[in-house]
Design a protein around this ligand. Structure first.
Ligand code: NAP
Ligand code: GDD
Length: 325
């Protein structure tokens, strides 16, 4: 039987790399674009083990329409996963134009290439709980019907991406869908996101390699899951019988402070002795609270996470202990 072909933007990112592995296990042919990096070793650092073993990559960029058209025009994928983005919320305040170009116009660029070159394919957009911003339902959750009130350039751009995908679905009858994913982490998470920063910092402090850790707002709450569970959800969403949008979340929320307490306690350290606040890690506007209601994807597609907050953190601790101890 002919193998299904998947095309992934952001394939060298956290999600892109786990998604490529997951799709290979499901016997897909996997293609992706990587951006040119001046440090050649970083170019495909998360997917080195996959390239040439079922994954093919080419240079490309969401802002370079010619690269997108060339890829989808020649590969003719069955499934397009647009997970490429400038994904760091705080940094989006520093580079708002690049963030909006990539995370908003980049989606449009990808949709246009899809519409003209392989409209029979299916299209998945990496939408985000950051879109909800200030909005929380009375019962304390965010779900598919929750109003979007973003609090960052990143969130504003992602709202555009979410809406333009729906518009292409309705206007052009394309199978274009959104996964509205809440925070998801792993040992592959960039070390400037809070979970990996805390775990890496805690293990280094335990090993005597640093003596303190500077953070921003410790009273923000996030609904943290594992990237591996969330890429499985992406594949389920794109393979649903009809195009639709789904929230993906664990339904549990923890503050950054609680997360620190869990991680440092595991290493027999009192986080209060070593964690300090540095205003440079604060945001001009903070998204204070996220807790996702993923009842829809659980009911309609039968998805549920395999990891808990605790097993996620434990895996990340074990990873950094392997590096530093
Ligand atoms: P990530 O690790 O930062 O990966 C993002 C990837 O996108 C990187 O490979 C990056 O390449 C690439 N990229 C950046 N700008 C690009 C451009 N202009 N053209 C092409 N590729 C570009 O992020 P992630 O955690 O895997 O997240 C994947 C997607 O899900 C993103 O769209 C993110 O916004 C979204 N999302 C993530 C979460 C989460 O909690 N992880 C939750 C909701 C939504 P470089 O390394 O070269 O920059
Ligand atoms: N990064 C970071 N660094 N965050 C910190 C720090 C710090 O030193 N100290 C406190 N925080 C707080 C942030 O203010 C935020 O409230 C929370 O920790 C989580 O920050 P991040 O890990 O950077 O993630 P995020 O929630 O801003 O964004 C992630 O989740 C979104 C989904 O809700 C990213 O993965 C986005 O791409 C994603 O869309």
């Amino acid at each position: 039987m002919k193998k299904r072909k998947a095309f992934i933007t952001g394939i060298n990112g956290q999600d892109g790399s786990y998604l490529a592995e997951y799709l290979l296990e499901k016997d897909y042919e996997v293609y992706g674009i990587v951006r040119r990096n001046s440090i050649a070793e970083n170019q495909e650092s998360r997917i080195d083990h996959l390239v040439g073993n079922g994954v093919e990559t080419a240079y490309g960029d969401l802002l370079d329409v010619s690269s997108l058209e060339r890829m989808v025009g020649t590969i003719k994928p069955d499934e397009i996963y647009n997970v490429g983005a400038q994904s760091h919320v705080r940094i989006s305040f520093d580079i708002p134009q690049f963030t909006v170009q990539t995370n908003a116009l980049g989606v449009l660029n990808m949709l246009e290439a899809y519409k003209y070159h392989c409209p029979k394919a299916r299209f998945y957009q990496a939408s985000s709980s950051e879109c909800f911003g200030r909005s929380v339902e009375e019962d304390g959750y965010q779900r598919e019907t929750t109003k979007m009130e973003p609090t960052s350039p990143y969130g504003c751009a992602k709202v555009f991406g979410y809406n333009i995908v729906r518009h292409y679905r309705f206007a052009h009858k394309l199978f274009a869908v959104n996964g509205i994913l809440f925070n998801h982490e792993s040992p592959r998470r960039g070390a400037n996101f809070v979970t990996n920063k805390v775990v890496k910092g805690a293990v280094r402090i335990k090993s005597g390699l640093q003596d303190k850790l500077e953070l921003g707002n410790m009273d923000a709450y996030r609904d943290w899951g594992h990237s591996k569970d969330y890429v499985r959800a992406m594949n389920m969403i794109i393979n649903h019988t009809e195009p639709d949008d789904f929230v993906v979340a664990t339904g549990r929320t923890h503050s950054v402070r609680e997360m620190c307490n869990y991680v440092f306690s595991k290493l027999d350290i009192n986080y209060k002795d070593v964690v300090t606040q540095n205003p440079k890690f604060l945001r001009a506007e903070e998204l204070k609270y996220l807790k996702g209601d993923s009842s829809k994807i659980r009911k309609v597609l039968g998805w549920k996470p395999k990891y808990t907050f605790e097993t996620l953190m434990d895996e990340m601790i074990e990873h950094w202990q392997g590096v530093y101890e």
